[in-house]
Write a new protein. Structure first.
Length: 368
């Protein structure tokens, strides 16, 4: 046996709690080195994805150190007869344990597991749709936001209405206007409490910063004749995760369904999603978002922009089509959308701060 894998009764507690017990986790001996798998026998069949298998792997990850990718690879493929799903890796990584929803140690474990299991990184879209939000920007707006000029557009003949009535009843929107600036959080008194950070936590969800140089910049395009335009898309201008340019609400990792309601701990992240987005009034699309890129529901056309306060108000669309408004809270530096903060705290007892709202701290050039 590898001497680094040897363990005494003092090293491993045979009565270690099951994964679904939310007990405080022990810090790693070195924050830069996740725990490793030791190649010991498993009590369950390799083809059975059972809680025993998950607990065995998690115990190895918690109580051994200095693993190599090769050892991880062998352990994962001994445990699973086929390639594990991202949900199975999330379960055995320990991400869902501990007093906070965001478990930094667990996400380090998850990254190592994904590498060992050869779970592919989501493919970044090769091009961004010219029909999306960024495609609707003028060249002047694109240059102001550090984006390349639009490619020359092909001229198309206008579609002839089916009849005169169709032409008469179509809405006549006003000229479009784009505002851009830093995305920030403010409290109930209107005071700024921090900025949204342009580097996503675990490359997945938005968090906070007090450093203005690290603030996330966004833009929103709307009908200039409306004072509170709704069902808008918001574009991320300097996110560190490429290929997901739309500000999105993303279904929480531990949610049992996609609905938000009073009495439920359910929550949503803020993150990024790929174009063309979910569409106005949509209950969302699975995959193509920064959280897992495969299994969480994301909604993009959910933002109302108050042109007098520059506030951005989201509304999550439940599975029955009802729009659910909520407030923003932070736990450590992670941002969550919550309908019932007390229920959330009952599941994740680390302190919450809030309620907060988003607003855009406008660039001088885009201010009205």
């Amino acid at each position: 046996m590898d001497p680094q894998c040897a363990a005494t009764s003092e090293d491993i507690n045979p009565q270690a709690p099951a994964m679904n017990h939310r007990t405080p986790r022990s810090p790693l001996s070195s924050p830069s080195v996740p725990p490793r798998f030791c190649q010991t026998s498993l009590e369950a069949s390799p083809s059975t994805h059972s809680p025993t298998v998950f607990t065995t792997l998690l115990t190895k990850m918690r109580f051994t150190t200095l693993f190599s990718i090769a050892t991880l690879f062998a352990s994962v493929h001994t445990t699973f007869a086929d390639t594990p799903t991202i949900e199975e890796l999330i379960e055995i990584s320990g991400v869902a344990t501990g007093p906070s929803e965001f478990n930094e140690e667990g996400y380090r474990n998850l990254a190592a597991l994904k590498a060992a299991a050869h779970i592919p990184t989501p493919t970044t879209p090769e091009t961004r749709s010219e029909d999306g939000v960024m495609g609707r920007m003028t060249n002047a707006e694109r240059l102001a936001n550090g984006l390349p000029l639009k490619s020359p557009a092909r001229r198309r003949r206008p579609r002839t209405p089916l009849n005169r009535l169709e032409a008469r009843v179509q809405a006549s929107p006003g000229p479009s206007q784009t505002n851009s600036g830093r995305l920030a959080l403010r409290d109930a008194s209107g005071q700024r409490v921090g900025y949204v950070m342009n580097t996503l936590l675990n490359n997945a969800q938005l968090g906070t910063t007090t450093d203005v140089s690290k603030a996330l910049r966004v833009s929103v395009t709307f009908d200039s004749l409306l004072s509170n335009p709704s069902q808008l898309q918001v574009t991320l201008l300097n996110s560190n995760v490429a290929g997901y340019p739309l500000l999105a609400l993303i279904q929480g990792r531990d949610n049992t369904n996609q609905d938000l309601s009073a009495g439920s701990f359910h929550y949503v992240y803020s993150g990024g999603a790929a174009e063309p987005g979910s569409g106005p009034g949509s209950t969302g699309i699975a995959g193509q978002n920064t959280y897992t890129a495969v299994s969480r529901i994301a909604q993009t056309d959910v933002w109302t922009f108050d042109r007098s306060t520059f506030g951005l108000t989201p509304a999550w669309i439940n599975s029955n089509g009802d729009a659910k408004t909520f407030s923003l809270y932070t736990q450590s530096t992670a941002i969550y959308g919550l309908v019932d903060p007390a229920a959330f705290s009952g599941r994740y007892p680390s302190p919450l701060s809030g309620p907060y709202t988003y607003y855009i701290e406008l660039d001088v050039a885009s201010a009205p």
